[in-house]
Design a protein around this ligand. Structure first.
Ligand code: UD1
Ligand code: UDP
Length: 375
């Protein structure tokens, strides 16, 4: 039988975490799929951390990252790097994930070669092209180019149906982030943070990096957090700081030098998931954390004005609070002091699937190519 060449392209930490389970699953079917992993390395160190945990060795590495890279730098370098490969190797399908500029540029490069595109985590929307920026535009553009849409939920399926995408090409899978948690939970990783996070304190896990939060919004949030920690001796914060120089500078300016604010380098994902499970509360503007936290029953205050993940909000685990200092302060204080409000959020169900998204993607790919594994 003719094997189908499936090329997975990704470049940042979150894409790698959510594509790793798909790679693992497709590799279980070597008689029908020939899997090629292409990394752009839009992130270098943070990508390599994920590849190490999941033991993935890329077939090609475009190695594009530059300090303070612009969106155009990423777009141009990804497209140029992929063009040659796509012309030479002609994959039968290119899989991209989510909404990063790597994913958009890879989808466009595939489209220019008329190679079918599968979009993992398709259909998320805020319908505001500047929130989040540039991710909302990226994912809409990718969905305009894609041939198969692997959507995490019914809501995301409905977005695509409303945009007149063919029903037969939309597959509800759940989110592969949950598959990744199933993998990391077996890890025996050790980290000094695990013993530092003592149970006599309420630990707040903080991550923040979005481009639209750079500058004043980030400063407001950090100031609110610092006030809370100053006023409550039983509250401590742990923040794995994103490697973006813009984030690092603001962290240094507002959060550094407090004995109950632990600032650490980005954690390997298995260690991070363990830290998450020890947290009392999460404050974040991350997309991935909004999917993972409901699976671990931890309340999340979302540091954004809008979310493309309203399922978690509807279920009750997430509360979208923006970045105003007074609002962040009040919402944190409530969850730290009001047990009932806290429990209500902590017990909400996880809307992002049962950890079998990658299996569903493999089945859908076999159907798309009419592959019969036994044949
Ligand atoms: C990018 C994605 C965003 C995603 C985020 C996940 C786009 C437009 N943005 O964010 O959707 O939520 O990744 O983290 O695709 N850096 C390093 N080493 C690393 C990673 C980053 O030094 O391993 C530094 C570099 O100086 C780099 C900067 O961080 O220039 C920013 O990286 P970049 O990928 O451009 O980040 P974002 O666009 O903020
Ligand atoms: N994560 C990690 N180490 C960290 C912080 C986060 O492995 O120090 C993981 C987290 O579990 C989630 C993903 O990285 O799966 C989220 O990435 P990020 O917040 O950078 O991007 P986003 O999800 O916002 O696109």
């Amino acid at each position: 039988m003719n094997k189908k060449k499936i090329a997975l392209v990704f470049g940042t930490r979150p894409e790698a975490i959510k594509m790793a389970p798909v790679i693992k699953e497709l590799e279980k079917h070597p008689s029908v799929f020939q899997v090629t992993v292409i990394v752009t390395a839009q992130h270098r160190e943070m990508l390599d951390q994920v590849l190490k945990v999941f033991e993935i060795k890329p077939n090609h590495d475009l190695n594009i990252m530059k300090k303070n890279q612009t969106l155009s730098d990423i777009t141009i370098n990804v497209m140029k790097g992929l063009e040659e490969h796509f012309i030479k190797e002609r994959p039968d399908m290119v899989l991209v994930h989510g909404d990063t500029t790597t994913s958009f540029a890879a989808a466009l490069a595939a489209y220019y070669q008329k190679i079918p595109i599968g979009h993992v985590e398709a259909g998320l929307r805020t319908y505001d092209k500047y929130f989040p920026f540039p991710e909302e535009a990226n994912r809409q553009l990718i969905d305009n180019l894609a041939d198969l849409f692997f959507v995490p939920t019914e809501l995301t399926k409905n977005h695509l149906l409303n945009e007149h995408k063919p029903k037969s090409q939309i597959i509800v899978t759940g989110n592969t982030a949950i598959d990744a948690i199933q993998y990391t939970k077996h890890s025996k990783v050790e980290h000094e943070l695990f013993s530092q996070m003592t149970t006599d304190k309420k630990w707040v896990l903080l991550t923040m990096h979005r481009r639209e939060n750079h500058g004043e919004p980030m400063k407001e949030v950090f100031q609110a957090i610092r006030r809370i920690v100053d006023q409550n001796e039983d509250v401590a914060v742990v923040m794995p700081v994103h490697m973006s120089p813009v984030v690092q500078e603001m962290v240094k300016e507002v959060l550094a030098g407090h004995e109950r604010i632990l600032l650490v380098d980005p954690l390997e994902v298995d260690a991070f998931h363990k830290v998450m499970s020890k947290a009392y509360l999460i404050l974040t503007d991350s997309g991935g954390l909004q999917e993972e936290a409901p699976a671990l029953n931890i309340p999340v205050l979302v540091l954004r004005d809008k979310t493309e993940r309203p399922e978690g909000q509807e279920a009750g685990t997430l509360k979208v609070i923006g970045t105003n200092q007074e609002r962040v302060y009040t919402e944190m204080a409530t969850l730290l002091n009001d047990k009932e409000a806290y429990q209500k959020m902590a017990q909400a169900p996880n809307p992002y699937g049962d950890g079998t998204a990658s299996q569903k993607i493999a089945v859908a790919l076999k159907q798309y190519f009419e592959l019969d594994e036994k044949g």
